[in-house]
Structure formats: structure tokens, C-alpha cells
Design a binder for this molecule. Structure first.
Ligand code: G6P
Length: 608
């Protein structure tokens, strides 16, 4: 949610790099884009609303002088997407430029105070108070580092900030954070700072984390990190990232989403190679806890919902799933050190999830994190982290990270199952062997369903509303299928338990109303047939995701997607979601939308 980038180098213009880095961060927001560089002692500014390439066509982001600059891609919170609200924001003298990710809660009173002092604020954003506060401190004689440090004491909320000023004698950037991510990269004669690793991945695989309450100054010669509280210097080793720059490219696919759907077999394979001790240690925490809560948002929440079934059927325990955003409003502090939280977040930065985890930690609970991003905020809060191996996911709609979340939950459920002894060891062995086959299963499922998904999208793209029905673990599949369609094709799509569908949603159904049924060959199947019959009787267009050779369901359906392998029931979401991912993708294409950049959404949501 908002991508920020800063770079300072010895020589040469930074603008072409900033442009490319912003493209790699665009999944964080695309309401507007802006770049500012410093050359000849003054700021050079280009900013406008719209996606990066639209703005580049208008303004040519590559042609700006200067070997130091900052850039921003915005997901609007305060103020509409417009040129004036685009970052960077500036002080009155036009000498200080700031990019910001986060929300300044006390911006109204700060604006009033600054206006009173004669500052001229131009935008509706919360961010703009920052350069003006810095301006005041610099006017009092402080250098940029001290002015930013003092500014952080005035602002309340969450932030990652990069600032620069023409007042300094030599080029340097100052950055700080509280609650929003910032990572620093170094190469000979160049320093980078960004919201996320892919921004500078083509330049270096080594990154240094900046933590809350720290401030860093970056020059072409090096970086210096200090604690805001006492100005003591922090020495932190860099972390080597195994992701490659190629992984963050489309590699011949028309969209990241399609590429990432096709990368799922490899993502599973790599996650299955996680060291068994990593899973075992998490399983031990779960096994020694009295209550287990699963907390997550969005697609990660659907992984949690499917994961509950894995724990229940394999390990004999049923974790409580709660949306992270609602957790503190639901448990009212009734937590203790006997409780354990499994927090699932691909980015590791979702503010709803981070806040819930902090709350649970304060009340003594142990935290297990499942995340895809090394060094992300959740990893620093967790007692134990399972790092999924999807590689970078750029498409805003999560696909492969969902798959690896499910894979790690499956491994975890099996490990807890071994500890609780709920399932027979032969059953556990069969399920482990099944997981080993999963990459091939998913690969075949993708090939078999791509064309049917494209065809069906061509036939029903103009249906404004669809129902997705499932039972048991397939409810999680239905929910994720409906979410994908809503997110990228903007259809009204609602997931319901098939059992509950008779108690309301069936009223929507009339001739040719599309209803998608998720029907694996498990114990829900016969009851699902009953629900299909009820919907057919009311004229529904029946679309079913079914197991191979299920002739009976095929004969009851107007359209089918099939899963070409036998699936272990509690793992069915992993295969049955594939046709629904593809269907959403082709619906978005057929309707002329960009599936990688759905309107109003961002990949990493860092506001409450
Ligand atoms: C946003 C994204 C979703 C994602 C959700 C949770 O809404 O658009 O794709 O599922 O955040 O993100 P997380 O990083 O916590 O898994």
C-alpha cells in the first residue's frame, strides 16, 4: 500500500532506475506516481495521477537530471487521486521533498498549527505536514537527520518516510519508519531504500532491514542507522534474498497473475522442501497450547479456513478462525500464555494482522507466523516463523502465495497429527505421499482447465452476479473463488455454505443465474447434489468443479471443470481453486480489465 523508493549514487542520473523500480512496486498502489530528483541545487519534479506507464507517456519519467532522487506510487487514503495529492510532497521553500507510506493520525491538528504559522499547504493529504515540519526544524538550524528525527516526535500514526533536501552540502537521503516497511540496499557507490525488496532486486540481493524507531542516512558512500530515542548507532548485517530479478518479471506471460498461477507447482515443490524441524517446532507450540487461533485477512483468511479442516481431520484439533481485524473486538482480552496464534500473511505487513498479533502478544499468547517475506514485520513479532517459498508475487490478486500457505498448513497439520496421535500413522504416510504428488496434480489441473475457463468466461462475462457454493473445506474454496472474481472482474460474487443457501440466497436465483458448485468426491458430495437439484429446479445455470470421471455430476451441470487426480479430502482446496483462479483471470480479460492491477486494491494493506 503505497510504494516508496529512494536512491543516491556517485554519478549518473537516477531517473531511469526510479521509473523501473516504481514499476516493480506498482502492486502496492497505482492511483498516482511521482518522482523528484536533485540537480544543480534544486528539486526537479514530475508527478501525476494514473498508472506509471500512463504518466510516463505524458511526462517522460526517464528524463530528469540528478544522481539522487525519490519516487512514490500511491494508494489513496487522504485525498482523491490527483496531481496535487501525488507524492512527493514539499515544504514552502520547495527545498525539501518527502515520500510517505502510512497514515498520520494527527494530521488535522498539525495542518492547523502549520497554517497558523504561515505555512502554505497545497494538498488534501496527511503526508504534506511532514515536509513542513521538517522545514521548521531546519529553519531552527538542524540538519536533515535531526529535523526528521524531531518530526517523528510530532507525528502520530504509522509511517515509512524518505526525505531529501537541497540544503545539504552533499547528497544524502534520510529515512525512518514506524509500522510500515522499509528495506535498504547497498552496492558500490549506490544506496537504495524501498518499501519492498523487488524494487532494487535487479541491483542487489542483499538487504538491510530498518526497524521501527530507527533512522538511517544514506549516501553514495554508505549508510548509517541510528536509534531515534538515544542516537546510538545500530550495526546490522545484511540478509541475502534468494529471490531473483527474473522471478519479478512477466517472463513472456501477458500478466503476472497468469504467470503466478502457472508457478504454483514450483512454489509447492519449494515449500515442501522446508526443513522438517521448522514445521516440527511450530507443531510443538500448537500441541502444547490450550487454545489455537488462526488470524488473517483476505486470501490468507481463506487459507486459514481451509487449514482448520486439515487440523481437525488430521490432528483432532479445531483452531478458531477470526479475521485479524476483528480479533481484539471479539476476545476482549481473554487470552493467556496457554494460547497460540497462527498468523497467516503473505506480505508479513498487513496492518490488521500485525495489530492483532501485537495485541495477542501483549496478552501472553505465543505467535506462529506463516509468511512469504523474509524479514517482514510479522517475522520480528513471531516466536516462530514458517517462511513459505512462493518467490515474489506481483499480481495483486494472490494465487501462488495462497497455494504455499495451504501447503505449509498441510505440513503443519500432519506434524501436529503425529504429536497428537489422532490419525493413524498409515493415514499420515498416505497424506504425506499425496503432498509429494501435488506439484504434478496442480500442473495437470492447470493444463486441463485453462481452455474451459477461457470458454466459460466468454459465455457468461456479462452476468452481473454469481453464487459460489460449497460445504466443509470446500466452503473455503468457494470463498476464495468468489473473492478472486470480485477482486479482478468486478462481478458481484458471493460464497455461501450450500446448506445455508436455502435460507436466503436461493431467492436470487432465476433463469440462467450462474451458481458455481465446488464438489470434490468427499462426504459432502451427496448433499451437494441435493443443493444442485434445488438450484436447477429454479432455473440456475449450474457450473460445477468436480472430480474426474464424476459422470453423475457432469450430467447435472451445464458447465464443468474437472480435477484430473484423486484428491485427499482435507487438501481439496489446493486443486479445486485452480479452475476458479483461471476463470476469474479470463473473466477480467474478457471484460477488458487488467487483472494485475484491480481498481481500489493494493497487495499489501498497511492501514487499519
Ligand atoms: C490485500 C490483498 C489480498 C491479500 C490481503 C491480505 O487485500 O489484495 O490479496 O490476501 O491483503 O494480505 P496478506 O499479505 O496479509 O496475506
Amino acid at each position: 500500500m503505497c510504494g516508496i523508493i529512494g536512491v543516491v549514487q556517485k554519478r549518473g542520473d537516477v531517473a531511469p532506475f526510479l521509473h523501473q523500480a516504481l514499476k516493480r512496486l506498482e502492486y502496492r498502489g497505482y492511483d498516482s506516481v511521482g518522482v523528484t530528483t536533485i540537480a544543480d541545487g534544486r528539486l526537479h519534479i514530475k508527478k501525476e495521477k494514473g498508472k506509471i506507464e500512463e504518466v510516463h507517456r505524458k511526462l517522460n519519467l526517464d528524463e530528469m537530471p540528478g544522481s539522487m532522487g525519490i519516487g512514490h506510487t500511491r494508494w489513496a487514503t487522504h485525498g482523491i487521486p490527483s496531481m496535487l495529492n501525488s507524492h512527493p510532497h514539499f515544504d514552502c521553500s520547495g527545498k525539501i521533498a518527502v515520500v510517505h507510506n502510512g497514515v498520520i493520525d494527527n494530521f488535522m491538528e498539525l495542518r492547523a498549527e502549520l497554517r497558523e504559522k504561515g505555512h502554505k499547504l497545497q494538498s488534501e493529504t496527511d503526508t504534506e505536514v511532514i515536509p513542513h515540519l521538517i522545514e521548521d526544524f531546519m529553519r531552527d538550524g538542524m540538519d536533515l537527520v535531526h529535523a526528521v528525527r524531531e518530526t517523528t516526535k510530532r507525528i502520530q500514526g504509522t509511517y515509512a518516510i524518505v526525505a531529501m533536501s537541497t540544503n545539504a552540502e552533499e547528497n544524502y537521503l534520510v529515512c525512518t519508519r514506524d509500522g510500515n516497511p522499509l528495506v535498504i540496499g547497498r552496492k558500490k557507490d549506490v544506496s537504495y531504500v524501498s518499501s519492498d525488496i523487488p524494487a532494487f532486486l535487479p541491483m542487489t540481493n542483499d538487504m538491510i532491514l530498518l526497524l521501527d524507531g530507527e533512522i538511517a542516512s544514506l549516501s553514495a558512500d554508505g549508510i548509517k542507522i541510528e536509534k531515534i530515542s538515544d542516537e546510538s548507532e545500530v550495526h546490522r548485517d545484511s540478509i541475502r534474498i534468494s529471490w531473483t530479478a527474473d522471478q519479478a518479471q512477466k517472463s513472456g506471460y501477458p500478466h503476472f497473475m497468469l504467470k503466478e498461477i502457472h508457478e504454483q507447482p514450483d512454489a509447492i515443490r519449494n515449500t515442501l522442501r522446508l526443513r522438517s524441524e521448522v514445521i516440527r517446532e511450530a507443531a510443538e507450540i500448537i500441541n502444547s497450547s490450550e487454545r489455537i487461533f488462526m488470524l488473517a485477512m483476505g486470501t490468507s483468511g481463506h487459507a486459514a479456513r481451509a487449514g482448520r479442516h486439515m487440523f481437525s481431520s488430521i490432528a483432532g484439533i479445531l483452531p478458531v478462525f477470526e479475521l485479524a481485524s476483528d480479533f481484539s473486538d471479539t476476545v476482549y482480552g481473554a487470552l493467556s500464555d496457554k494460547d497460540c496464534i497462527i498468523a497467516i500473511t503473505q506480505s508479513g505487513e498487513t496492518t490488521d494482522t500485525i495489530s492483532a498479533v501485537k495485541y495477542a502478544k501483549e496478552h501472553g499468547a505465543k505467535i506462529i507466523a506463516i509468511t512469504n517475506v523474509v524479514g517482514s514485520s510479522i517475522t520480528r513479532l513471531a516466536d516462530h516463523t514458517i517462511l513459505t517459498q512462493a518467490g515474489p508475487e506481483i499480481g495483486v490478486a494472490a494465487t501462488k502465495t495462497f497455494m504455499v500457505q495451504l501447503t505449509s498448513l498441510a505440513l503443519l497439520a500432519l506434524s501436529v497429527g503425529e504429536l497428537t496421535g489422532f490419525a493413524d500413522s498409515r493415514v499420515i504416510k498416505t497424506k504425506r505421499e499425496f503432498l509429494e504428488k501435488l506439484p504434478d496434480i496442480i500442473s495437470d489441473t492447470i493444463s486441463r482447465n485453462e481452455e474451459p475457463a477461457r470458454r466459460l468466461a466468454g459465455q457468461i462475462y456479462d452476468k452481473p452476479s454469481l453464487l459460489f457454493l460449497g460445504r466443509g473445506v470446500s466452503m473455503a474454496t468457494a470463498e476464495e473463488g468468489a473473492l478472486k472474481l470480485k477482486e479482478i472482474a468486478y462481478n458481484h460474487a458471493e460464497a455461501y455454505s450450500a446448506g445455508e443457501s436455502k435460507h436466503g440466497p436461493i431467492a436470487l436465483v432465476q433463469n440462467d443465474y450462474p451458481v458455481i458448485f465446488v464438489v470434490p468426491n468427499d462426504e459432502t458430495r451427496s448433499r451437494m447434489i441435493g443443493n444442485i437439484m434445488e438450484m436447477k429446479a429454479r432455473g440456475a445455470l449450474v457450473i460445477s468443479v468436480i472430480s474426474k470421471d464424476d459422470k453423475e455430476l457432469e450430467s447435472l451441470s451445464n458447465h464443468i471443470f474437472t480435477i484430473p487426480w484423486d484428491i485427499e479430502p482435507e487438501f481439496s482446496t489446493m486443486a479445486f481453486i485452480i479452475p476458479l483462479q483461471l476463470f476469474s483471470y479470463y473473466m477480467a480479460l474478457r471484460k477488458g480489465y487488467d487483472p494485475d492491477k484491480p481498481r481500489n486494491l493494493a497487495k499489501s494493506v498497511t492501514v487499519l
